[in-house]
Design a protein around this ligand. Structure first.
Ligand SMILES: [Zn+2]
Length: 293
C-alpha cells in the first residue's frame, strides 16, 4: 500500500468512527475533562464526565478505583496532578470490571510505576478465554490492550491498602466479574461507609448480546437481579458511581461548588438502596417487555 493509499484508509476509518454509535465517545475525549475534586476526606474524583475514576489516599500510597476510558490516560494523569497528588504514587488499581472504558490506564500505570492491578476473577478469566467480551477491539486503537491482573478478586475477599480495608463481593450481571466494594473514608475524625457497585449498564443484558455470548435463556438477567439483592442491605453512607449517571456525580459536585460550607451533597444513606432498587425495577420492566424476549 502506498503512503497515499494508507492515508486514505486512515481517513476513511476516522470518518466511519465519527459516524458510528460509540465514535463520539472516543473522539475529543478532552471535552469530557472534569477538574478533580474531593468528594469526602481521603476520597477524590479524578474521572471524566462519563466514566468515574476515584482516588483514595490511603496514607501509604494512592489507590484508584478504575483506570478510565481507553485513550484517556493523559487526562487521568493530569487530574491526579491537579488534585495535588503524584501519579507515581498510585500503588493499586482496583478495576470495577473488564470493559474497555474502565481499564484504559492499567498497563500505563503498571509499566511506568509498577502499580499492582486488581480485577474480579471471572473477568480475569474472560480476558484469557474470551477477550472480545471486554470490547477492547472497539477502542479504535491497536495500542489499547488488556492485562494480566496481579491479584484476582474473589467473593468475600477482605484486602487492606494503607489505612483502608475493603470488603469485596462479586456482583455478576453487567459482566461476570463485576465487583462491589465497601470501605471506610475518613475526614476530620469522622468516618463514613462507602459503597461501590462495579457495573450497572443493561447493554450486556439485551437479547442479541445474550444470544451472541451463548446465553439464549437470558440467565444473565436473573444473575444481575441476584447480585443487586446480595449487596442491597449493606450500610452505605457514600455511594460512589461507576459512571457519573449512577449517582449524578457532577450534579452533586455543582451543589458542592455553589455551597462549599453546606452539607456534603455526596453523603446520603438512602441513595445506594434507592439506586439498586431502581435498577431492579428497570430490569424487571425490561424482562416483562415482549420485545426483549
Ligand atoms: Zn461495562
Amino acid at each position: 500500500m502506498s503512503m497515499e493509499q494508507n492515508y486514505k484508509a486512515y481517513a476513511q476509518r476516522r470518518l466511519e468512527m465519527a459516524e458510528s454509535h460509540y465514535g463520539p465517545l472516543w473522539l475529543n475525549q478532552e471535552q469530557r475533562y472534569v477538574h478533580p475534586f474531593r468528594i469526602f476526606g481521603n476520597v477524590w474524583y479524578v474521572g471524566d464526565s462519563w466514566v468515574c475514576v476515584h482516588l483514595i489516599d490511603t496514607g501509604d500510597g494512592l489507590l484508584l478505583i478504575d483506570s478510565g476510558n481507553s485513550g484517556a490516560t493523559a487526562m487521568l494523569v493530569q487530574a491526579i496532578w491537579e488534585a495535588g497528588f503524584n501519579p507515581a504514587d498510585v500503588k493499586w488499581i482496583i478495576h470495577s470490571h473488564g470493559h474497555l472504558d474502565h481499564i484504559g490506564g492499567a498497563m500505563f500505570f503498571k509499566r511506568m510505576f509498577g502499580t499492582r492491578l486488581y480485577l474480579g476473577e471471572p473477568d480475569a478469566r474472560m480476558f484469557r478465554e474470551k477477550p472480545w467480551i471486554s470490547a477492547i477491539q472497539d477502542a479504535y486503537s491497536d495500542c489499547a490492550e488488556l492485562f494480566v491482573p496481579d491479584v484476582e478478586i474473589h467473593e468475600g475477599d477482605v484486602l487492606t491498602f494503607g489505612n483502608t480495608t475493603m470488603t469485596f463481593y462479586l456482583v455478576p450481571g453487567h459482566t461476570d466479574g463485576c465487583i462491589a466494594a465497601f470501605f471506610d473514608a475518613y475526614e476530620d475524625g469522622r468516618t463514613v461507609r462507602c459503597g461501590y457497585y462495579g457495573g450497572f449498564g443493561f447493554n450486556t443484558l439485551q437479547k442479541d448480546y445474550l444470544i451472541e455470548i451463548g446465553d439464549s435463556e437470558y440467565k444473565t438477567r436473573e444473575i444481575y437481579l441476584e447480585s443487586l439483592k446480595k449487596v442491597r442491605d449493606q450500610k452505605v453512607e457514600l455511594f460512589l458511581g461507576n459512571h457519573c449517571i449512577n449517582n449524578d456525580t457532577l450534579g452533586r459536585r455543582q451543589i458542592q461548588l455553589e455551597n462549599p460550607d453546606g452539607p456534603n451533597p455526596f453523603l446520603d444513606d438512602q441513595l445506594w438502596k434507592q439506586y439498586l432498587d431502581k435498577k431492579r425495577d428497570d430490569l424487571l420492566a425490561l424482562m416483562a417487555d415482549p420485545k426483549n424476549n
